[in-house]
Design a protein around this ligand. Structure first.
Ligand SMILES: Nc1nc2c(ncn2[C@@H]2O[C@H](COP(=O)(O)OP(=O)(O)OP(=O)(O)O)[C@@H](O)[C@H]2O)c(=O)[nH]1
Ligand SMILES: [Mg+2]
Ligand SMILES: [Zn+2]
Length: 308
């Protein structure tokens, strides 16, 4: 009996049990996860075997250096993209931005030790004054805010420079223009519109699977399906600050080491929020995520289902 050919490959796209992978020579090949228990995502590096019929099976996921996770409604963590270094949260004037969701992505990125930045696409469409104020607060925290237009091409060279050397994922609501940006920012991005993993919905292309491309400025860029909402993984969230930098900065003086920075006495985070040092919207956002975190944790606790 012939021993199967074995090799490692990078997963460029994963859609259900359909994988598209790239081997060391750069060849694209189709593969299937072996067995039922492998949860393989875009960006994973997998150990493959080619069988006698020429079919490629992904046998094993090699250890992930980083992973962006989400919580599902039951509080269980699911991987979205692996081995990335930067999360780029995309918003636009339309659909109306949800800055609280932006915060949750930023929190997840910090907790996953990823860099993060914000892309404001459709620079041709205005944002509300409130959203502009929220963006200024995020910029003050150190997040890069890139104003671009995928339609007009403005702001893209500077964005490509910021993404150079990174493996980045574009995340955000459906319709903000992630795939449109990929078509501009990727060398091989034409497929972001018409790839076979796409489906046309109500006359417009909506992305159904994450896919990695080569970025024009160097590095890799990953398109991801749009979301309605996003909850970070409760397993990965940094427990003391939930990945909110300003909470981390002000938490040193709290009376309790395990302060949740809600209603605890002598909480220096709440004091900073009351003094206006922490932006009120960000503190409210932190409180909401803390409640969500605890709700998801309870949801997952053994016996939680039986109790209801
Ligand atoms: N006005 C304007 N429209 C844009 C711009 N960039 C993209 N769009 C439009 O926004 C719509 C959605 O673009 P997509 O790139 O499909 O958005 P997406 O974020 O990939 O959406 P999902 O795949 O569903 O998550 C399309 O009709 C684009 O033509 C822009 O800079 N300005
Ligand atoms: Mg898309
Ligand atoms: Zn506190």
């Amino acid at each position: 009996m012939n021993t199967p050919e074995r090799f490692d490959a990078d997963v460029i796209s994963a859609y259900g049990r359909h994988l598209l992978a790239r081997d060391a020579a750069g060849n694209l090949l189709r593969a299937r996860p072996f067995g039922r228990n492998l949860n393989i995502v875009c960006g994973d590096r997998v150990r493959c075997e080619r069988d006698a019929r020429g079919e490629v099976h992904a046998m094993e996921v090699l250890p992930r250096r980083t992973v962006l996770l989400r919580s599902n409604a039951r509080g269980v963590s699911e991987p979205i993209v692996a081995n990335l270094t930067l999360a780029a949260v995309v918003i636009a004037g339309m659909p109306r931005p949800d800055l609280f969701m932006v915060d949750r992505y930023l929190s997840a990125a910090a907790s996953a030790t990823l860099s993060a930045l914000i892309i404001v696409n459709k620079a041709d469409l205005p944002l509300t004054d409130d959203d502009e104020a929220g963006l200024r607060e995020l910029a003050q925290l150190g997040y890069g805010v890139h104003r671009v237009s995928a339609r007009e091409g403005t702001g893209l060279p500077a964005l490509a420079t910021a993404l150079a050397g990174h493996t980045s994922v574009l995340v955000g609501q459906s319709g903000v223009g992630k795939s449109s940006l990929i078509r501009r920012l990727a060398i091989d991005g034409e497929e972001a519109a018409t790839g076979e993993l796409m489906r046309e919905e109500e006359g417009r292309h909506t992305t159904t699977a994450s896919r990695q491309y080569d970025c024009i400025g160097g590095g890799r860029i990953i398109d991801s399906p749009g979301v309605r909402d996003y909850a970070p993984s409760i397993d990965q969230l940094e427990p003391a600050s939930l990945g909110y930098y300003e909470v981390q900065q002000h938490a040193g003086g709290c009376r309790f080491a395990d302060c949740r920075h809600l209603n605890e006495p002598q909480c220096t985070v709440r004091a900073a929020a009351e003094a206006g040092v922490i932006a009120p919207r960000r503190y409210e956002s932190y409180r909401r995520l803390r409640r969500l975190f605890e709700q998801l944790r309870d949801e997952r606790a053994p016996g939680a289902r039986g109790k209801r």
